[in-house]
Write a protein that binds this ligand. Structure first.
Ligand SMILES: C[S@@+](CC[C@H](N)C(=O)[O-])C[C@H]1O[C@@H](n2cnc3c(N)ncnc32)[C@H](O)[C@@H]1O
Length: 262
């Protein structure tokens, strides 16, 4: 039996309409789908009934399937000759460990193809009417992780990140919000810098909490936001207030429901 190609596919941030045409086609043709926690049910509905679905994400309170087991599972499925999709939330190459899986497949002589997805930064910011860059306000954007490996120290370039002319997007930062706020303030970022926390962005359950660097941890806790949450820090957040007033109500997401504090 010939070895099949593993498609490392990005599912986007949740809204199934943000899936690429290529991702949708591969899902409809799949015989085996290996998927993560952040992949929405509506997207899984595209997988044919007869296909095997293998969940390798972390359930609340449980340990995730170790990465090494996921890697060897992908090799085994590819060697079975089945059409396999490895489906990940957002983009596989943005904080998705897609590159680790690609390296493992390459080392084992398994062909693979990466299919990009809309990353949370793009999807959630668009859905909350926050442009990531804006002429005269933000000349660049930086994506960082707010989660430390094996609960070690959060070792980030705080001085570089404390730049008022750049938008900072923090993935996986919910548990470390107080620490992140304190570190950025110590590096010189003003306490009144606007911040938006977007929970379950692009889905019907989306919630947005707007705060400042100084009070973001407190406000996000008070708003009761739950993971997945994306944090956007920078002056572009102010534009959300203006744009949200002008934007027509979306088909599925009422603006009033989505914005809990602006
Ligand atoms: C392990 S990372 C995966 C990122 C993914 N590969 C991507 O490109 O978006 C998970 C983090 O992404 C962010 N995230 C992903 N989907 C999200 C969503 N729909 N709403 C808010 N944050 C999201 C959260 O910060 C979450 O903790």
């Amino acid at each position: 039996m010939s070895t099949s190609c593993v498609h490392l596919v990005g599912a986007g941030p949740g809204d199934p309409e943000l899936l690429t045409l290529k991702a949708a086609r591969l899902l409809r043709q799949a015989e085996v789908v290996v998927y993560d926690r952040l992949v929405s049910e509506e997207i899984l509905d595209l997988v044919p009934r007869g296909a095997v679905r293998l969940y390798v994400g972390k359930a609340s309170g449980c340990h995730p399937v170790p990465q090494k087991d996921i890697n060897s599972l992908l090799v085994d499925v590819a060697r079975s000759g089945k059409r396999v999709v490895r489906l990940k939330g957002g983009d596989p190459f943005v904080f998705g460990r897609g590159s680790e899986e690609a390296l493992y497949l390459a080392r084992h002589g398994i062909p693979f193809e990466v299919v990009p997805g809309v990353t949370a930064a793009s999807g959630c910011s668009a859905s909350a009417n926050i442009p990531l860059t804006h002429r005269g306000i933000a000349t660049g954007v930086r994506f960082v992780t707010g989660h430390c490996r094996e609960n070690g120290e959060l070792d980030l370039d705080w001085d570089g990140m404390a730049d008022p002319s750049t938008t900072l997007v923090i993935y996986m930062g919910l548990a470390n919000l107080s620490l992140i706020g304190a570190k950025l303030a110590a590096a010189g970022l003003a306490g009144d810098t606007p911040v938006a926390a977007i929970a379950e962005g692009t889905t019907a359950r989306q919630k947005v909490c707007v705060a400042t660097l100084a009070d973001m941890a407190e406000r996000v806790a008070a708003a009761g936001l739950e993971a997945p949450v994306l944090i956007v820090v920078g002056h572009v957040v102010k534009l959300a207030t203006v744009l949200s007033k002008a934007a027509p109500a979306k088909d599925r997401l009422g603006l009033e429901e989505r914005v809990v504090a602006v």
